[in-house]
Write a protein that binds this ligand. Structure first.
Ligand SMILES: C[S@@+](CC[C@H](N)C(=O)[O-])C[C@H]1O[C@@H](n2cnc3c(N)ncnc32)[C@H](O)[C@@H]1O
Length: 303
């Protein structure tokens, strides 16, 4: 009869099973990531710490290639890789943005660029980045009204409000889109459809990093603080981690430093903010298990 294993051995086995259950599957071999890495390298970024992987709980994310110490740089992405309103103004869209009155908002400039570049397909200089972006989003703003109807009342009210806001944003931008017709062979309505616009809006809303507000004369006065950060935006959220993240003016890069340690092959997280699950669902399309910021919303009049 085989000898029964000791307690330490059983605990070790259980731990091993738990970590292997949580372990990500390396996805760096996938053609879209190979292309993205080449594109980033041409823009002076090479990653030594992270690899794209798929995780059981959080889906696609980034995994540590080596163990990372507290305070160590996780990622430092040069400005040349960032997609900002500068990128838009310097592009073929620039003259149209500059000319349009009332001036387009920074968010409209970014969404317009995304829709236009997505439409350009193989011709887009941003193709390797566009290829790794989600094709669709799980945020309530993308759900059918019948599905939104099934949400708890306070969340449903917020979701309806958000959808109305995005629809109004789209409707009020249509004249600006029409002004771009000289750039395209196809009818503008077929390119700047509500579906395409919603995809771009969700891309910015769920993935943009924060930059210190900049002032661009040709844009409206809304804060210009969003940048899309290819590759870095594969980092998922955990409410339990702390990171230092900011654009470093001296190095000209967007930098993230670990505030805690990571073992080799662990998922590396950042914290999107101290958000409760309603906010996470509305803004990012997911909820976080064991969220210390979780709270229960009750409707007025509930006793
Ligand atoms: C900045 S992106 C992170 C990378 C993303 N997972 C991807 O595959 O492109 C933000 C999105 O990732 C997903 N996400 C981030 N953190 C998550 C988590 N803890 N659990 C589940 N999904 C998460 C959500 O869909 C969110 O909108």
């Amino acid at each position: 009869m085989p000898k029964r294993k000791g307690r330490t051995s059983r605990i070790r086995k259980r731990k091993l099973f738990r970590t292997s259950e949580m372990r990500g599957v390396n996805e760096s071999y996938r053609s879209e990531f190979i292309e993205l890495k080449k594109w980033l390298k041409a823009r002076k970024f090479e990653d030594t710490n992270l690899i794209p992987a798929r995780f059981p709980g959080t889906g696609r994310g980034l995994m540590s290639k080596i163990s990372l110490q507290e305070g160590q740089m996780i990622i430092s992405l040069p400005e040349s890789c960032l997609l900002t309103t500068h990128t838009v103004i310097r592009s073929y869209l620039g003259p149209y943005v500059t000319k349009w009155k009332p001036s387009p908002s920074p968010l409209l400039a970014l969404c317009t660029f995304l829709v236009s570049e997505k439409h350009a397909g193989d011709r887009s200089l941003w193709k390797p980045y566009l290829e790794i972006l989600p094709k669709s989003y799980t945020c309530p703003v993308c759900l059918e009204p019948e599905v939104v109807d099934l949400l708890p009342q306070p969340l449903k009210a917020k979701a309806i409000e958000q959808r109305a806001h995005v629809q109004e944003f789209f409707a009020s931008s249509r004249d600006f889109f029409c002004s771009l017709q000289p750039l395209f062979v196809e009818a503008i309505d077929s390119i700047f459809s509500y579906r395409a616009f919603l995809w771009a809006w969700c891309t910015v809303n769920t993935r943009a990093v924060y930059l210190r507000p900049r002032l661009q004369k040709c844009l409206s006065a809304e804060p210009d603080t969003c940048a899309l950060a290819p590759y870095l935006d594969l980092l998922n959220h955990s409410p339990h981690v702390q990171v230092q993240a900011a654009f470093n003016e001296e190095t000209g890069s967007y930098e993230i430093r670990a505030a805690s340690r990571y073992r080799k092959h662990e998922e590396v997280y950042i914290c999107y903010g101290p958000h409760d699950n309603q906010r996470l669902l509305l803004e990012y399309g997911f909820v976080s298990l064991h969220n210390p910021h979780a709270c229960v919303y009750v409707s007025r009049g509930w006793s």
